[in-house]
Design a protein around this ligand. Structure first.
Ligand code: PLP
Length: 373
C-alpha cells in the first residue's frame, strides 16, 4: 500500500471536514420515526420562493444543455439591483464556493487569514486547505453589555500582520447572530492595508430590518480590497439549488473569476435566482415570520431562564447551561433537530433556526421537557 498521506497536501491533512445539520431523512431512518422537525441549517421555513420554483420547473426540460457560463441574465439583474458593473460579479455554487475561490486566489503556505472566534466554519476549512494559517481573534466576553460573543474589531485589527492576506467577517455572523455597526465596520476596513482582502459575508443581510445596517456593496467604490458575498440559500429558500455570488471591484472580481469552475452555477439555479429577486411578497412574508419567530423563541428562552446571544439572523443560539451535545441528542429522540455548536467552541449553546410559529413552539416545548429531566 502506498503511503497516501505522505503525498497529501499538508493543508488537506490538517482539515476537519464541515459537519452539516442532520437531514430529516437520516434521523427518521435511524430512529424509525416520522414527522420530525429540522431547525438546524438556517433554511427558510416558508419553503422556496414560489416564483423561483415556477421558473425552475419551466427550465427542467432544458437540463440537457449546459448553463449559460456567463450568467448573462442573472448578472445583469444583480448589477442593476446593486448599482454595480457586470464585471464586479462572481457567480458561485452557493456563496461558499465564492469563499473557497477567494481563499484559493490569495492564500498559500506562509500567509494567514484573520477571523473572529465563533466565525462561520468554512473560513478555517478553506484557509487550512490552502496551507495557510488561521489567526483567530478573541470576541467580546459573555458579560459584554451590548454584544456578547460579538466580533471585537480592535482584536481583529491587532491580529493582522504583514502575512495577512484575507480578513473574513460575517455580518451578521453565524452561528452567533451577532453584528457590527456600519460606522465601526467601515472604519475597520479603512484602517487595513490595501494588501489585505476583506471578505464581508452577508449571507443573512436580507433578514435584517434595521435600515442603518451596513450594506457592504455600497462601499465597493471606496475599497478596492473588499469582496462582499451574498446567497440565495437563506432568504430566498434556494439552499438545495446551490447559488450565491460575490461582488467586488472589477479588478479583484476578475482575479477571483480566473479560477471559477466553468458552469459552476447550474441551469435551474440561474433561472430560479433570477425569479427570486422579483419575489418581494415572499421576502416580506419571510421577514415577518422571522421577526415574530425570533421574539417567540426569545420569550420561550426567558420563560426557561436561559440566556441567548443577540441575533438579527434567521437563527438564534441559546445557552442551555448543560452539555449542548447531550441536549441535542435528547432533542433528536423527540424528533427535533437543532444544531450543536461545540465545534464552534460554544459547548453549552444550541443554535436554533427560526421556524414557523408551531415549529418554534414544538422546539421550545421539547427543549423544556429535555431540560426538566
Ligand atoms: C449559510 C452561510 C453561507 C453560505 O451558504 P451557501 O449555501 O453556500 O450560499 C455563507 N456564510 C454564512 C455565514 C452562512 O451561514
Amino acid at each position: 500500500m502506498a503511503n497516501l498521506e505522505g503525498f497529501t497536501a499538508p493543508g488537506v491533512l490538517r482539515l476537519h471536514p464541515y459537519i452539516p445539520g442532520k437531514p430529516v431523512e437520516e434521523l427518521e431512518r435511524e430512529l424509525g420515526i416520522r414527522n420530525s422537525l429540522k431547525l438546524a441549517s438556517n433554511e427558510n421555513p416558508l419553503g422556496a420562493s414560489p416564483l423561483a420554483v415556477a421558473s425552475a420547473k419551466q427550465a427542467i426540460d432544458e437540463v440537457n444543455l449546459y448553463p449559460d457560463d456567463m450568467a448573462f441574465r442573472l448578472k445583469n439583474k444583480l448589477a442593476a439591483l446593486h448599482g454595480v458593473s457586470f464585471d464586479s460579479l462572481i457567480m458561485g455554487n452557493g456563496s461558499s464556493d465564492v469563499l473557497d475561490m477567494v481563499a484559493r486566489t490569495f492564500l498559500q503556505p506562509g500567509v494567514n487569514a484573520v477571523f473572529a472566534e465563533h466565525s462561520f466554519a468554512m473560513y478555517p476549512i478553506f484557509t487550512t486547505a490552502c496551507g495557510a494559517e488561521c489567526k483567530v481573534a478573541a470576541v467580546n466576553p459573555p458579560e459584554h453589555q451590548s454584544m456578547p460573543y460579538g466580533a471585537d474589531l480592535q482584536a481583529m485589527t491587532d491580529a493582522v500582520d504583514e502575512n495577512t492576506r484575507i480578513v473574513f467577517i460575517a455580518n451578521p455572523n453565524n452561528p452567533t447572530g451577532t453584528w457590527v455597526q456600519a460606522a465601526e465596520l467601515k472604519a475597520f476596513i479603512r484602517a487595513l492595508p490595501e494588501s489585505v482582502i476583506v471578505v464581508l459575508d452577508e449571507a443573512y443581510i436580507e433578514y435584517v430590518t434595521d435600515p442603518e445596517f451596513a450594506n457592504g456593496i455600497e462601499w465597493l467604490d471606496e475599497f478596492p480590497n473588499l469582496l462582499v458575498t451574498r446567497t440565495f440559500s437563506k432568504m430566498y429558500g434556494l439552499a438545495g439549488l446551490r447559488i450565491g455570488y460575490g461582488v467586488a471591484n472589477p479588478a479583484l472580481a476578475g482575479l477571483i473569476n480566473r479560477l471559477r469552475h466553468p458552469f459552476n452555477a447550474n441551469l435551474l439555479a440561474l433561472v430560479a435566482a433570477e425569479a427570486a429577486l422579483d419575489d418581494q411578497a415572499f421576502v416580506s412574508q419571510s421577514i415577518a415570520n422571522n421577526t415574530t419567530g425570533l421574539k417567540q423563541l426569545i420569550a420561550g428562552f426567558e420563560a426557561m431562564d436561559l440566556s441567548y446571544i443577540p441575533s438579527v439572523g434567521n437563527f438564534i443560539s441559546v445557552d442551555v447551561k448543560a452539555n449542548g451535545n447531550e441536549i441535542y441528542q435528547a432533542l433528536l429522540r423527540k424528533g427535533v433537530i437543532v444544531r450543536p455548536v461545540a465545534n464552534y467552541n460554544l459547548p453549552t449553546h444550541l443554535r436554533i433556526t427560526v421556524g414557523q410559529e408551531d415549529q418554534n413552539q414544538r422546539a421550545l416545548t421539547a427543549l423544556a421537557e429535555v431540560l426538566a429531566k
